[in-house]
Design a protein around this ligand. Structure first.
Ligand SMILES: Cc1cc2nc3c(=O)[nH]c(=O)nc-3n(C[C@H](O)[C@H](O)[C@H](O)COP(=O)(O)O)c2cc1C
Length: 383
């Protein structure tokens, strides 16, 4: 399975073409829109998100609520396009050079992008670098979740810190835990910590500043055997790392105990193996992946999200025409996008797992995949 996306942040909209998604999977378009809606929420997002109410227009690949094996094309309109029609026109019309952006924002794609693509107007870079693109990653994940649901695989995310304030609650993560996290505006379990985090986001906004944080994603009920140890580009851990690190603003990634494994001795890190009806591990410091292969435990990873580069109190930059010292450019922006990044990561994880699932169990239709899966699960029972 693969997909490509196209679209600029203030262009007409975002487009996806996905190929290889199996036939006969029941798809509820409402669930795609539900995920798109979750991506837009979260305390600290800018005005832009209240302008857009994302809705997926499915152009192909689904008929009467089921996939038919042909490429799935989805278009999500940018509502903001109406006010940007002239400034983002594809036609060679007169445009006001004075609107060009010349002062790159530290931390954004502006500076290296303008040089690499030989662009005078930084808008030609930021429009595509923008996280608006993640609308498509979320739609791809929402489709994937509906395939994974047929096999009982579910994905959740929680935010474990924003601006250095941590929610490291270690209570049992059952359905009501995840419901509470989902209902929180900062995707945290503890209401007192949520309150403190919101105050700190308000303070950052007042100061013209921005905040980052850490997200944790958990994937439950993955069978043993997704990914492989045999080649660098087949490892499930590497595939997750690549897709998550490609999300805008992600600067760190760890699986299971991650960076902590570098500090603790082997006897305290490696997860002892037991057998009682089935195999299980006493702990899960490996985060559900050993040798690049899922080992049957929940897959757990964390990612660090840096603070948003656009600051209302801008940092120093250089006008790329005059080479004069200036303030970096600014435009309507989020103060904190960590909860939104969590929703996107959850959907990216669903996409990666669905792709691996189809790779492992093969087949062009849900029935073929189910038969292969059932056969493999019967084999596992006898190991
Ligand atoms: C959900 C989400 C929303 C974002 N919103 C903004 C924003 O409003 N303004 C901004 O400057 N950067 C925003 N970013 C971050 C930039 O897109 C990102 O920092 C930039 O493209 C440079 O890429 P890099 O941080 O991966 O190096 C957002 C990131 C995510 C994940």
């Amino acid at each position: 399975m693969r997909y490509l996306s196209a679209g600029e942040s203030h262009g007409k909209g975002m487009t996806m073409i996905m190929e290889g998604f199996p036939a006969n999977v029941t798809i509820d378009i409402g669930e795609i829109n539900h995920e798109l809606g979750r991506r837009q929420k979260g305390y600290g997002r800018g005005l832009r998100m209240s302008i857009e109410t994302d809705s997926a227009e499915v152009l192909s690949g689904i008929r009467f609520g089921k996939t038919i094996g042909s490429p799935i094309a989805i278009f999500v309109k940018n509502k903001d396009w109406e006010s940007w029609k002239l400034n983002m026109s594809c036609e060679n019309i007169f445009h006001d050079e004075g609107l060009s952006i010349k002062a790159p924002r530290p931390g954004h794609a502006d500076f290296p992008g303008a040089i690499k693509y030989n662009q005078e107007d930084i808008r030609n870079i930021l429009e595509r670098a923008s996280a608006r693109e993640t609308v498509i990653r979320t739609a791809a994940g929402a489709l994937s979740k509906q395939l994974l649901k047929a096999f009982g695989i579910v994905v959740h995310n929680r935010v474990i810190s924003i601006g250095g304030i941590e929610d490291l609650n270690v209570i049992e993560k059952n359905d009501s835990y995840w419901e509470r996290v989902k209902s929180s505006e900062v995707s945290m379990y503890d209401p007192d910590i949520e309150k403190r985090v919101k105050q700190s986001i308000d303070k950052a906004k007042e100061d013209g500043d921005t905040l980052g944080g850490i997200v944790e994603v958990s994937i439950f009920n993955c069978p043993i055997g997704l990914g492989s140890h045999v080649h660098y580009d087949k490892k499930l851990s590497a595939k997750l790392a690549m897709e998550i690190m490609s999300l805008q603003a992600v600067k760190g990634f760890e699986i299971g105990a991650g960076f902590d494994t570098a500090i603790r001795p082997g006897s305290q890190i490696h997860d002892e193996i037991y057998y009682q009806d089935t195999y299980h591990h006493k702990t899960n410091n490996a985060g559900g992946i050993e040798g690049g292969i899922s080992n049957g435990e929940p897959i757990i990873f964390r990612a660090a999200v840096k603070p948003i580069p656009t600051l209302m109190k801008p940092l120093q930059s250089v006008d790329m025409d005059s080479k004069e010292k200036v303030e970096a450019c600014k435009e309507r922006s989020d103060v904190c996008a960590v909860p939104a990044a969590g929703v996107i990561m959850e959907n990216i994880a669903a996409w990666v797992i669905a792709r691996e699932f189809v790779e492992k169990f093969g087949g062009d239709s849900l029935e073929e995949i189910t038969a292969n899966y059932d056969n493999y699960m019967a084999y596992l029972k006898n190991r």
